[in-house]
Write a protein that binds this ligand. Structure first.
Ligand SMILES: *Cc1c(COP(=O)(O)O)cnc(C)c1O
Length: 409
């Protein structure tokens, strides 16, 4: 395919955006299982070191299998977005060993001791702990507020001039709270701050934070981007290409959070069907939410596609569909919730999300076990709350499984 041939569709980009990366005419880019790369001559070695493309030097610095995954994610996050000059937005992506590694590269390459971060109170557990423990020990400080109230955001920005970075995660686990990316980014930019967004739950198919002027996006690729539950991974994307190619790249390489060729290959295969999968995930999720919302055994459903969710309007504004994550409370609290989870036949009991199968977990005794009860109740994580990542099975089987489980409570 000629590089200048314009691809207009999302799946076409997901499948073709990254050209061919091998000299042997293999159809699919191979798993380059190699720790280092050879030079024909000393001069060629020195040229590669001097070049901005660091993929063929040493495996921690880059690998052609990583490049395919990175170029694909960059194309998907930039899909249909123009830069200030009206040109297609260019992004640089760096593949990491995990979402946590990508987030640590972001925090450490953009901040130093004395700097402060502003973030929302409903955050992924690992992010919460990096902010409050790792960064705190490294001399940085975190302000956690309710970012859904813009006056609180502005007040925090006014009062704390040392804030360097505003970090958004939307939608967030497990009550699927949403933050208005455009409004928060506008405020952050008014005060000259950097803005980052964790786009893991939404994926670049449902939501593109760069559309609203954020500086960085990261993903746990472990979830919907890989989509099949076969590998842990993460990616950090930025629009300041010079910064991404210098300090951010350097910190990534020095912190040693590189991916590996096999996981990068699995991720690349998964991303090719992102659009197809997300359409089905979201279609199923809406059906499940409607079923739960009218079920007599259910106390409450948290899903951004239901108009009674407090962040319904924000989700509708910035997401293509309301996503595949939801949570609900069974009448009868903890005991009833446990019975329901144990009675499921097809749906799978597991943490994580974004896999082909429907995953069910119980935050109070699993993912949020280490958070004090009063604290988690403030976030809406009640004893009986059940978290669902709706899969792409046939909807009748998901609903049948739920119905037989409810009858056993
Ligand atoms: C899973 C997850 C992470 C961490 O990613 P890992 O791949 O597990 O390191 C960060 N943010 C969100 C929203 C996640 O769901």
């Amino acid at each position: 395919m000629n590089k200048s041939f314009p691809l207009t569709g999302y799946s076409s980009l997901a499948i073709h955006s990254s050209g061919k990366n091998n000299a042997d005419y293999s159809h699919i880019t191979p798993i380059y299982a190699t720790s280092t790369f050879t030079f024909d001559t000393a001069e060629q070695g020195s040229e590669r070191f001097a070049s901005p493309d660091k993929t063929r030097i040493y495996g921690r610095w880059g690998n052609p299998t990583f490049t395919v995954a990175e170029e694909t994610i960059a194309a998907l996050e930039a899909f249909g977005i123009s830069d200030e000059n009206g040109q297609p937005l260019k992004l640089k992506a760096l593949l990491h060993a995990s979402g946590q590694a990508a987030m640590c590269t972001l925090f450490f390459s953009t901040m130093q001791a004395g700097d402060e971060v502003l973030s929302h109170f409903s955050l992924y557990g690992g992010t919460h702990e990096v902010l409050n423990r790792v960064l705190n020990d490294a001399g940085m400080k975190t302000h956690i507020i309710d970012m859904r109230d813009l006056s609180i955001v502005e007040e925090a920005l006014q009062k704390n001039p040392k804030i360097k970075l505003v970090h958004i995660e939307t939608p967030a686990n497990p009550t699927v709270q949403c933050v208005d990316i455009e409004a928060v980014t506008l405020l952050a930019k008014k005060y000259g701050k950097l803005v980052s967004a964790d786009n893991t739950f939404a994926t670049p198919y449902l939501q593109q934070p760069f559309r609203y002027g954020v500086d960085f996006v990261f993903h746990s690729t472990t979830k919907f981007l890989n989509g099949h539950g076969t590998a842990i991974g993460g990616v950090l994307l930025g629009k300041d290409l010079a910064l991404m190619g210098s300090k951010v790249w350097k910190w990534h390489v020095l912190l040693g959070g590189n991916s590996n060729p096999f996981d990068a290959f699995l991720l690349t295969q998964g991303m090719k069907t992102l659009e197809l999968r997300m359409e089905r995930h979201c279609h199923n999720a809406m059906e499940v939410a409607n079923y739960l919302a009218s079920h007599p055994a259910i106390e409450k459903v948290n899903y951004t596609g239901l108009p009674d969710h407090p962040d319904y309007a924000v989700a509708m504004k910035q997401m293509r569909h309301p996503g595949a994550l939801m949570s609900f409370e069974v009448k009868g609290g903890l005991e009833a919730g446990r019975k329901f989870v144990d009675a499921l036949q097809m749906c799978v009991r597991a943490v994580s999300l974004g896999t082909l199968d429907t995953l069910v977990s119980h935050p109070a005794t699993m993912s949020h076990m280490s958070i004090a009860r009063e604290e988690r109740l403030k976030y809406g994580i009640t004893d009986g709350l059940i978290r669902l990542s709706v899969g792409i099975e046939n909807i009748a089987d998901i609903l049948n499984d739920f119905e037989q489980a409810f009858q056993q409570i």
